[in-house]
Design a protein around this ligand. Sequence first.
Ligand SMILES: CSCCC(=O)C(=O)COP(=O)(O)O
Ligand SMILES: [Mg+2]
Length: 219
Amino acid sequence: MTANFSALLLDIEGTVCPISFVKETLFPYFLQQADSLPHSKDLHIRSLLQKFEVDDVVAHIRSLVSQDIKDPVLKELQGLVWLNGYASGEITAPVYTDAINYIQTTEKPVYIYSSGSVKAQKLLFQYVAGDQGTIDLRPKLQNYYDINTSGTKTNSQSYMKIANDIGLPPAEILFLSDNSLELDAAKDAGLQVKLVIRPGNAPVDYQGKYDIVTNFNVL
Ligand SMILES: CSCCC(=O)C(=O)COP(=O)(O)O
Ligand SMILES: [Mg+2]
């Protein structure tokens, strides 16, 4: 069924790119740099490390990553570290082809809401893997929201805040995610929602509550 919506709000991991990219490429790249972070000369990195307020910052970081805890300071830090991986060509983002095509061709405004920091989101969409080299999708994206700017993705107030910032009634915004708790929160805020199922996503017990999207061609 085609939803009638004026703007699209997209999750990233498990929605526009495989979960394996985050777990098997981005997180290991970040962890490789973890030991050197306390010795960094980058003032932004140093100030973020202080915010953890723990004695063993490296052990703390490793623990957060291993449990996939969506900690706002960790997410900010990851964005700064991934910059080097993308800029050196070591990392490119495997955004699904149907998502690339949709973002490139739709006339509707497209927004991003991810637990990854806005900086990390912009990097991912700047360095999208394409047949002829990387594709920069940033000019096609209206705005980015993260857990620092907008709150956690399982809280309905976060979606109200985002709808207010977009400047549309919540009912005119379609949110796509692989996570049913996020969809529940967005639905409570009045947004339209659809569950994205991609290869490698964890099975979701959605009990028929949501329309399913497996390919953005159907939007
Ligand atoms: C923005 S790329 C990094 C992805 C990430 O760190 C993450 O936690 C993904 O969460 P999402 O909300 O996009 O499922
Ligand atoms: Mg997700």
